[in-house]
Design a protein around this ligand. Sequence first.
Ligand code: GTP
Ligand code: MG
Length: 213
Amino acid sequence: MDPELTSKSLSFNSARFLISASRLDECPPDIGAEVAFAGRSNAGKSSALNAITANGKLARTSKTPGRTRLINFFSLNREQCRLVDLPGYGYAKVSRDMKDDWQEHLGHYLNDRRCLRGLVLVMDIRHPLTDFDQMMVEWCEHNNLPLMILATKADKLKFGQAKTSMLTIGKKLQSFQCVEHLIMFSATSKRGVDECREALTQWLEGEDFADPA
Ligand SMILES: Nc1nc2c(ncn2[C@@H]2O[C@H](COP(=O)(O)OP(=O)(O)OP(=O)(O)O)[C@@H](O)[C@H]2O)c(=O)[nH]1
Ligand SMILES: [Mg+2]
């Protein structure tokens, strides 16, 4: 590994688009550390990634659900450290075949990706824990994959309402060991961005990067 890159502290502002993949065999080599952003279509995954990387143009966002159809990889300033924007689930307007296709590839990615250090589950704070979200939580629990929940679009609620929603989400998830972080978030106001960066750094700078002494 390039010592220049491994000694640098992780900087999210350094994120660069790396590659898009529609299948597992198109993904970058399965080495290093990766954190993926999952969630319902239109929940705000790409916007969250842009807020975290302070780059409004990094991941494409859209008012039309289903904008992100490929698995998009972004590299950081550390060798083999990546953030991944996953296609949203639950987008009704695509054909059934295409839907099955996505779910299959997403399933392969989640099941087979060994460098995956954690999953960020992005949910609209006004519509948290859909059936599919629940499934993802259960999947992480079953597979011992650390999970971070971003309850996003918090700017759309009054603070008191947002707080109540957080408490409800927390209660529903309290029996799940995999949930390491539950963060009130807004890509618009940037609420929660620092907390999220800290948690991502902790995941990405795992033991793989420790000195081999
Ligand atoms: N007010 C507000 N709007 C947001 C926030 N995050 C995302 N949005 C809006 O929600 C819409 C969807 O955002 P995206 O980031 O494209 O959502 P996505 O989850 O990547 O969607 P897909 O790629 O379709 O799965 C866009 O119109 C965003 O501008 C937020 O924190 N606050
Ligand atoms: Mg997207």
